[in-house]
Each structure stands twice: as structure tokens, then as C-alpha cells.
Ligand binder design. Structure first.
Ligand SMILES: Cc1cc2nc3c(=O)[nH]c(=O)nc-3n(C[C@H](O)[C@H](O)[C@H](O)COP(=O)(O)OP(=O)(O)OC[C@H]3O[C@@H](n4cnc5c(N)ncnc54)[C@H](O)[C@@H]3O)c2cc1C
Length: 414
């Protein structure tokens, strides 16, 4: 292979992996990063623990992407979860697999992942320029020729890999500049929206319950046209509404329903293991065994303590009513509230607070086998800036690493 000059823009997981792979293939690689250090968002990931990837098989993995997973098949065939885990472990960092096959460093610290990447960049002699902002891209006869930097200097290059991330958590450096540059060069940009984002509710009581986690519940998100029931999991009340894995996972869909002008509700099922009838029978039994017990005391075996007052307010049944005084329609109402306690969704938090950006450079304009632009030769894309997003569980980082790896290899071998 002739040695080429390859510039990678963005020192996140996608850009670092692209630079590593291209340099492993003996190319002269320069990594340009706007901030004064690498992997700022990566450090924050997984609440500072970094959920690196997921140990599930390829088909289940692809299903966790919001409709665009198939695009990643080639990238994953080249460099998937086992390869990523091997790469990290060969770099000296032990990994562990937690529930739902989520992979973390054994140390529970994302810092270790960044260190492995940094030492691999160093070992392969990648030149890193910090505090370097790419402002524009030079193109001649449909081929990349150079990048223009914030200080008005420019650097010539044979190949250019853009890996500048999405637009959330902007203080980490991901401000969407690469997406704008791609647009300027003629690429279509699929509208940028929040994915994996907490939701605001019209009701204000979640604020009073902020910090409370409901466990072993299921949710049903409902709009006029759509309905989706989640698996059993957890819900977290926050100052403004709801969050937690079940909410984050389905938030992307909810954002899209809201954007289409639909009202959206979420029904909490406190007893997903029981049908309405089974729950009704359970209440009947309970009332019979403890006829003098107050409703408030009965609810203690059914709901978290902090939620009981909210429940009583909504049911409008007096807290000190005794079991043998509760009428049939009151009991039916209790069953309905326990099986579908409704909240109105007001909207998502701003995209700045989203864990992932939906939308980005249109997949139609990227060759999935190489990550090269179909519009500008010698220009490659990787990571969150392309129209790819997934569930929580390590899927987004794997997508960043795999597309980075493929872009780096393609740029080197083309
Ligand atoms: C709080 C939080 C927790 C998360 N936890 C997880 C998790 O546990 N598991 C998981 O799989 N995913 C997680 N994600 C998502 C994951 O972190 C991202 O999908 C991933 O970091 C995207 O990688 P990237 O390399 O494409 O972009 P980024 O990591 O965003 O990196 C882009 C880089 O490009 C630089 N840059 C931008 N513009 C320019 C420019 N013009 N010139 C030079 N440099 C530029 C930026 O400074 C930045 O360093 C989390 C996200 C957040 C916000």
C-alpha cells in the first residue's frame, strides 16, 4: 500500500478507532480534536462506567437500532463486539459482562477505555492535534483535498474521515459541526432529534417524587395512532417528569409521535404479572382477610410508600376508609389505576440532554461497505454524526467503534 495522508476529525470513540485502524495499515494519520483531550463524552458514558458494548449476537444487536441497523451489517462483520472486547483486553483492561449482556470495564471506570485508545494511538504514531477546530473542507473535482482550520491555516490530505459526533451534551465538544460541513458539501441531513431522552409530564407530582424508582413495573406508551407496551423494568421520577431505562428506550418513538402532532400518554402498570381479574381477586381476598385495615395500609403491600398519597389523591377514595367499607366500583377503580396509572407526556427534555442524537448524514449517501461518501470522493463518515442511533446497552458505542474501524480501513486501503 502506498502511504497516504489521512486526516481524522473528532477524537471520540469513532474518530480514535478510525485513526488507530488507518495507522495500523501504515498510513500517515493525523487526528484533529477541538478539545484539549480525547474522548470527553466517552468518559461520561454509562454514568462514568462506560457500557462499552453488548455481548449479544449480531441479529439481536441489529434489532436494537431504531430502524436503521441493517446499514451496519458490513461494519459489524468487519469489527464487532468480540473484536472490540479483544482490542480492549489486549490493551490491558479487563472487562466484565453484566445483566442484559452489557459489557463494562472491570474497574467500573471509563477512564481505562480512553487510556487503551490513547496508548494505541501513540503506539501507531498517530499525530494528534488538540484544540484544533475544522471549519471547512477543500474539495477539487469531487475529491477531498484539504481541511481548513479555525486559525485559518489549512492542511492537505488524501483522505478525510469525519467523526464529529451528534449534538447533545455540547460541552463535550459534540456540537454538530461535522454534520453542517457534510450538508454544505451536498449531503442530505435527516432531521436531528433527541433519542434516549427523559420525558416531561403535564402532571407535576413526579417532581415531588423525584428520585423515586418504581421497580418491576411495565409501561404502555399510547397515542391516537400508536401503542407500545414495554417489558418489565424500572421507572424513575425526576423533577420534571420521568426517566429510567424503559422511558429512555422508548423516548425516540415518543418524540417522533409528538412531532407528528399526536398527544402521547404513558400508562404505568404496577402489577404486570397479574391480569385485571387476578388483581381484583387479590384485592377481594385481602379485603376479606383484613376487613378493618385502612385503605392506606392495604396499599402498603401494593405500592412504594412514597407513591401511596399520589395514588389516593387520584382515586379520590379516603385513605382511612376500612376494607369492608370499600364499594365494588371503588375497588374496580383501584384495579384500573394499579394496572394503568396514566400520565400525560408534555414533551422531551431538550436534545442537549439526550444520550444520543437521532438523524444525521443520510445513509443513502454513504456506502455501507466502506463508509465513504457517495457524493465526495475520499470523504468518510463514522459514529453518531450519521443517521444511526440505538437503544441503551452499549449499542451506540459499538456502532461508533465499528463504523470508525471500517472508515479507517477503507480510507487506508482505497
Ligand atoms: C451521558 C451519556 C452517556 C452515554 N453512555 C453510553 C453508554 O454507556 N454506552 C453507549 O454505547 N453509548 C453511550 N452514550 C452514547 C455514546 O457516548 C455516543 O454515541 C458516542 O460517544 C459517539 O461517538 P462519536 O465518536 O461518534 O462522537 P463523540 O463521542 O461525540 O465525539 C466527537 C468528537 O469530535 C470533536 N469535534 C466536534 N466537532 C469538531 C470540529 N469541528 N473539529 C474538531 N473536532 C471536533 C468533539 O470535540 C468530540 O471529541 C452516552 C452518551 C451520553 C451523552
Amino acid at each position: 500500500v502506498n502511504t497516504k495522508k489521512i486526516i481524522v476529525v473528532g477524537g471520540g470513540p469513532a474518530g480514535m478507532m478510525a485513526a488507530i485502524r488507518a495507522s495500523q495499515l501504515q498510513q500517515e494519520v493525523t487526528l484533529l480534536e477541538k478539545k484539549s483531550s480525547l474522548g470527553t463524552k466517552l468518559l461520561l458514558s454509562g454514568k462514568g462506567r462506560c457500557n462499552l458494548t453488548n455481548n449479544t449476537d449480531l441479529e439481536s444487536f441489529l434489532e436494537r437500532f431504531s430502524g436503521n441497523g441493517q446499514f451496519l451489517r458490513s461494519a459489524f462483520n468487519k469489527f464487532f463486539n468480540l473484536e472490540l472486547m479483544q482490542f480492549v483486553q489486549e490493551g490491558g483492561l479487563k472487562l466484565k459482562i453484566e445483566r442484559q449482556l452489557r459489557v463494562f470495564p472491570e474497574t467500573d471506570r471509563s477512564q481505562g477505555i480512553v487510556k487503551v485508545l490513547e496508548s494505541e494511538l501513540l503506539r501507531n504514531k498517530v499525530k494528534i492535534i488538540y484544540k484544533c477546530i475544522v471549519k471547512d473542507i477543500g474539495v477539487l473535482e469531487n475529491s477531498v483535498t484539504s481541511v481548513l482550520l479555525g486559525d485559518a491555516t489549512s492542511i492537505k490530505t488524501d483522505k478525510l474521515i469525519l467523526a464529529t459526533g451528534g449534538i447533545s451534551y455540547a460541552f463535550t465538544g459534540s456540537t454538530g459541526e461535522g454534520i453542517k460541513l457534510a450538508e454544505k458539501l451536498g449531503h442530505n441531513i435527516v432531521a436531528l432529534r433527541a433519542g434516549l431522552v427523559p420525558l416531561k409530564t403535564k402532571q407535576s407530582f413526579p417532581g415531588i417524587l423525584a428520585g423515586l424508582t418504581l421497580k418491576n413495573i411495565a409501561l404502555k406508551f399510547v397515542s391516537a395512532k400508536f401503542k407500545v407496551t414495554t417489558e418489565v423494568g424500572e421507572l424513575l421520577f425526576t423533577d420534571f417528569g420521568i426517566s429510567g431505562p424503559l422511558v429512555l428506550t422508548h423516548s425516540g418513538k415518543v418524540v417522533d409521535w409528538l412531532r407528528q402532532g399526536n398527544a402521547v400518554f404513558v400508562d404505568i402498570d404496577f402489577k404486570p404479572g397479574l391480569t385485571n381479574e387476578q388483581l381484583d381477586n387479590r384485592l377481594l381476598r385481602e379485603f376479606k382477610v383484613n376487613p378493618k385495615k385502612t385503605l392506606k395500609n392495604i396499599l402498603k403491600s401494593l405500592l412504594p410508600l412514597r407513591f401511596i398519597d399520589v395514588f389516593l389523591q387520584c382515586s379520590k377514595i379516603m385513605a382511612d376508609k376500612k376494607a369492608n367499607q370499600i364499594k365494588t366500583d371503588e375497588r374496580k377503580l383501584m384495579v384500573n389505576l394499579l394496572k394503568s396509572f396514566r400520565l400525560d407526556i408534555a414533551g422531551p427534555l431538550p436534545i442537549e440532554e439526550a444520550m444520543v442524537t437521532k438523524g444525521g448524514v443520510s445513509l443513502k449517501e454513504i456506502n455501507p461497505r466502506t463508509m465513504e461518501s457517495r457524493i465526495v470522493k475520499g470523504l468518510y463518515f463514522a459514529g453518531e454524526m450519521i443517521d444511526i442511533d440505538a437503544d441503551t446497552g452499549g449499542f451506540n458505542l459499538q456502532a461508533a467503534f465499528s463504523t470508525g474501524y471500517l472508515a479507517g480501513e477503507s480510507a487506508a486501503l482505497s
